[in-house]
Design a protein around this ligand. Structure first.
Ligand SMILES: [Zn+2]
Length: 237
């Protein structure tokens, strides 16, 4: 699904772009692809069972799956990073923050396999990044923001595209049509740390936010983040 010129949502079962199990809406997180002249950058990669569907979607939009040079992981949960080992086998470079890299290298409970009754296939991340880093990938500058809470590895990746600030946010905030939190069953979920992250995240103020599930926020995503912060401050103290 085209978001902007050269920017696509390639998977996600909440809006039916991909599906893992019939009737399941949270098994496959959103994945996105930014196309450049020298290759493509992927953000999250779904649960693994849907990678062929993601590639079929890409081909439909004239994107070549073999052009994917990098995959940036927003956090280690199965529905977002389960396909990482499959991409690595294809020569895709994986990029993530240390907490996510540690989790996916073991495939332990931080990857939430227990939620899906699956075993996470461990994979080594190629490049570990940190809060505040500015990556230059295929000529695109991508800013790294670490917002732990939903999981300790939660990361936002922001870049300028078509004169807009785009933020890929994973599950930092809730992913329904209302401001809300991500799933709170992660073994490393932490309300206090999450609330502090939401305070910072509410200041990020992108023009378009590409979340980990559900609908893309084209209109004042900051308001969604502020709603989540308000909910956290109301409910978690
Ligand atoms: Zn998650």
């Amino acid at each position: 699904m085209q978001i902007l010129k050269n920017l696509y949502q390639t998977g996600g079962d909440l809006n039916g772009l991909t599906f893992d199990l019939q009737g399941a809406l949270w098994n496959d997180g959103n994945s996105y692809v930014l196309k450049t002249e020298t290759g493509s950058i992927m953000f999250d990669c779904g649960c693994g069972n849907t990678l062929d569907q993601i590639f079929a979607n890409m081909k439909y939009w004239d994107l070549d799956p073999y052009d994917i040079k990098y995959c940036l992981l927003t956090h280690p949960h199965f529905d977002h990073a389960g396909a990482a080992h499959l991409l690595k086998e294809r020569g895709v470079q994986l990029i993530a923050i240390k907490e996510t890299a540690d989790a996916v290298s073991t495939g332990d409970e931080r990857c939430a396999g227990y939620l899906y009754h699956k075993v996470f296939k461990p994979v080594e991340v190629d490049t570990i990044v940190s809060e505040g880093d500015i990556l230059n990938l295929l000529g695109i500058e991508i800013e790294v923001g670490h917002y732990p809470g939903h999981s300790m590895g939660c990361t936002a990746f922001s870049f300028q595209h078509e004169n807009k600030k785009i933020t890929v946010s994973g599950d930092i905030i809730g992913t329904l049509m209302v401001g809300d939190f991500g799933w709170d069953g992660s073994i490393d979920f932490d309300k206090k740390i999450y609330t502090e992250s939401l305070r910072r995240f509410a200041k990020l103020n992108p023009d378009i936010m590409l979340p980990g599930h559900g609908m893309i926020y084209f209109h004042k995503p900051k308001w969604r983040a502020e709603d989540a912060l308000n909910s956290a401050l109301s409910q978690w103290r």
